[in-house]
Design a binder for this molecule. Structure first.
Ligand SMILES: Cc1cc2nc3c(=O)[nH]c(=O)nc-3n(C[C@H](O)[C@H](O)[C@H](O)COP(=O)(O)OP(=O)(O)OC[C@H]3O[C@@H](n4cnc5c(N)ncnc54)[C@H](O)[C@@H]3O)c2cc1C
Length: 492
């Protein structure tokens, strides 16, 4: 069978590209190495409960906001989205509580109440977030001018901006408090990425009842209904090249070749380079550049199953930091910062059945177990996970009364789990580390030196559900032309 496009990887990026291309008349085949699709959206089930691996909440899902437009286009707005409390995130730094509220005015008011001496600076900051939000929401609309872009917030340091913007270091910490998964890298993080993430959640924050896997499964269903193909247990292990292009992907070490005109990789670009290790089309200099890119840190996750009717459901997240100075935290040892998130219960129940606790975990903590098999990595690894779990629970217990006694079972994952399951380089939670000093090197375009191979997914530009969804459009525009997609997209 010859396809118009073969997509490598059925993560969010791969599935969304499949949807766009199939909707526009291309014959698409998505090949996924695992038995389950979804990549970081995977949900696992234990004791009748579903647990999320890499998805907890999304921003910008209200009408007029970017994710709403994209998810309406992708047919995902009928999923059981649950709007979070207006106070959607609580940030505790050294025990002091601060609240993030939905709506720029509410957010500004609450922050100003906590830091009245910074009122003017907060107003300026919120104005920046508002502008970034408007810019994101209009990403696929015709623009009158590009003045905002020319300011190049990508080429500015987020940390330096905050240092200049706010005199009070406590305020700098607070506005950074919900960016735990993002990796607050003072030397590298571009302002645009920081502002875009914060702006989207301040616009609106939603959870998904039943888990993130529904996003992947719904996309798969739509793609198949339109005539596309989604193959599981089909790992791409190489490519066939002819006439200066890729002509086919090799599945499961040669059991099958699948031919196409175009290929899109939803994999980490370094993983894509591994698949192309024998390629004559990729120069060593490009390969080296891609493989030497740094990655953000990964996360340790404790998915906790609770005894029934013990812990009340919180329709908001809790971020807790033991120490201030959030941009200079050392996560090499111990657990000093966590995100506590709950899944919306069914049937209006006031109690939650599960709690996820996430904490940053450096790759160096787990890399010695590379090559071992999941579930069989040995006692030392198991002990490390037990120790991390205990520390997570101890810290979370300060904010969730009765947590320790309510726990029934705990399931854990480390960056090594993500690396093995999904193939994410170093189990990075948010992919390649973007560097405002080296934008041209760390922010990638979908194009590669191979004329018919494109990239997509969280590693290119902006990460997370919103970032990946926007990148899918940019990747497919390379094949379909942007106008063809936006004509349709802007009807939503
Ligand atoms: C712990 C954690 C928490 C997160 N929380 C949030 C959140 O609350 N909100 C949010 O917006 N974002 C969150 N994210 C980020 C979000 O989940 C990701 O940005 C997004 O799901 C990435 O999608 P992707 O398509 O780029 O890549 P992936 O999900 O990594 O998909 C890649 C796919 O390719 C497959 N694959 C790999 N190698 C091969 C091969 N050789 N052949 C075939 N298939 C292959 C993999 O199995 C996988 O299915 C979180 C991420 C993590 C890790």
């Amino acid at each position: 069978m010859h396809y118009d496009v073969v997509i490598i990887g059925a993560g969010l990026g791969g599935l969304e590209c499949g949807y766009i291309l199939q909707k526009n008349g291309k014959k698409v085949c998505i090949v996924e190495k695992n038995a389950l699709i979804g990549g970081c959206l995977q949900t696992f089930r234990r004791r009748g409960m579903s647990f999320d691996t890499g998805f907890h909440y999304v921003g910008g899902l209200e009408k007029g906001q970017m994710l709403h437009k994209l998810f309406s286009y992708f047919g995902l707005m009928d999923l059981p989205w649950v709007k979070m409390d207006n106070a959607f995130d609580e940030v505790f730094i050294e025990g002091r509580k601060y609240t993030f509220r939905n709506g720029f005015d509410n957010f500004q008011k609450t922050l100003t109440e906590a830091f009245p001496h910074e009122a003017e600076n907060i107003a300026e900051y919120v104005s920046l977030l508002r502008k970034v939000g408007e810019n994101t929401n209009n990403s696929f609309s015709p623009r009158d001018n590009d003045e905002f872009y020319s300011q190049s917030l990508f080429a500015q340091s987020a940390y330096e901006y905050l240092e200049k913007q706010f005199a009070d270091p406590a305020l700098r910490d607070v506005v950074s408090g919900t960016s735990l998964k993002l990796e607050l890298n003072a030397e590298k993080l571009p302002l645009y990425i920081f502002a875009q993430l914060n702006s989207s959640f301040i616009q609106s924050a939603y959870r998904l009842q039943g888990g993130g896997m529904q996003i992947a499964e719904t996309l798969r269903k739509h793609i198949e209904e339109m005539g596309g193909v989604v193959r599981r247990n089909a790992e791409v292990t190489g490519v066939v090249e002819n006439d200066g292009k890729i002509s086919a992907v090799v599945i499961n070490n040669g059991t099958e070749n699948i031919e196409a005109d175009f290929f899109i990789s939803d994999l980490h670009p370094a993983t894509t380079m591994n698949i192309l290790s024998d390629s004559k089309l990729i120069r060593n200099i490009y390969r080296k550049r891609i493989c030497s890119l740094e990655n953000t840190y990964g996360m340790f996750t404790a998915n906790i199953a609770l005894k029934p009717d013990k812990i009340k459901y919180l329709n908001r997240n809790i971020y807790a930091y033991e120490h201030g100075d959030l941009w200079h935290q050392d996560f090499t040892d111990g657990v000093s910062a966590i995100l506590i998130s709950m899944q919306p219960p069914f049937g209006g129940c006031e109690f939650t059945q599960n709690i996820d606790i996430l904490t940053p975990m450096n790759w160096s903590k787990v890399e010695r177990w590379i090559g071992t098999k999941i579930g069989n990595r040995g006692n030392e690894y198991d002990n490390l996970k037990k120790e991390m779990t205990q520390k997570c629970i101890t810290l979370a217990s300060k904010y969730i009364d009765g947590l320790a006694d309510a726990i029934d079972e705990v399931y854990t994952s480390t960056p090594l789990t993500y690396s093995d399951y999904v193939g994410t380089a170093q189990g990075a939670a948010y992919g390649i580390r973007k560097d405002y000093n080296k934008l041209m090197f760390t922010v990638l375009t979908p194009r590669t030196p191979v004329p018919n191979l494109l990239l997509t997914g969280q590693n290119l530009n902006l990460h997370g559900i919103l970032g990946v969804s926007m990148t899918s459009v940019f990747t497919c525009a390379e094949i379909l032309g942007m106008q063809n997609i936006t004509n349709d997209l802007n009807n939503y």
